[in-house]
Design a protein around this ligand. Sequence first.
Ligand SMILES: [Zn+2]
Ligand SMILES: [Zn+2]
Length: 324
Amino acid sequence: MRAMVLDAPRQPLRLAELPAPQAGPGQVALEVSACAVCRTDLHIFDGELTEPKLPLVPGHQIVARVATAGERFERGQRVGVPWLGWTDGSCRYCRSGRENLCDRARFTGYDLDGGYAEQTVVDERFCFPIPDGYEDLQAAPLLCAGLIGYRTLRFAGDAERIGIYGFGAAAHIICQVAVHQGRRVFAFTRAGDEATQAFALELGAEWAGDGLGPPPDELDAALIFAPVGELVPAALRAVGKGGSVVCGGIHMSDIPAMPYELLWGERVLRSVANLTRADAEEFLALAPRVPVRTRVEPFALEQANEAVARLREGSFRGSAVLVP
Ligand SMILES: [Zn+2]
Ligand SMILES: [Zn+2]
């Protein structure tokens, strides 16, 4: 089968012909239909996430058809595969409903080979049926941008005025969910990025402007999806007393020193780590009810390096999706 392979950080992906992966106990073999590119993939390629399996087939937003039936899925069934690929089920985190924090968790397209390939093999406990009404390409970004974005939004509680910092793949989905829930959305982008600001307004944000500038109104919560530490004090400054700043990315540049008064007034600063299977079930049930409409730009599998470069530049709206 054809796959794009990472041999070492800071090298381009290499197109390779690999033996078809074989399903072991508890696993299903999948024929990949689409795999969306995530900002986390860039952190792996850049060596900012330091412990990938090497060589690695990246990709953790996989839409696929089951090729060999398992216990939960029949042959031919359409499933989605997210970032959380395996947990031990026995550590104190797993036993308390926090498998996203499992000490021995393994992640798709990082510890385990993923979906930048024609075929893959996954633990069937961590696959989910994809809701009807989504084409394969449109469904792919739901698997990480959607899931982890949704977990991030959940930590905003019942906040009414939500600031979204970094308006990429996760934000374009979560903006729709937040508006559906009756919240007011304020979108913060790179300075002068008028195309992205227009995109945010189109998706229901009531205001869009520069990330380091002041908001037009006090916020109740801020969700940070851009991997930029400077946004943390800016977002704390923008939220009112008792407000939350939730960092949804897996990696961020250093947060600058800041005065305690930015946190004072019971403001909360927290991160979001990975996802649980319960998050996946809840979000995949909610998405068609909103309904979330994803914007995608398809690339052939062989064009993965180009898709990655375009994501790095921020030169398109929504998600890049690889089609094998
Ligand atoms: Zn565990
Ligand atoms: Zn991701």
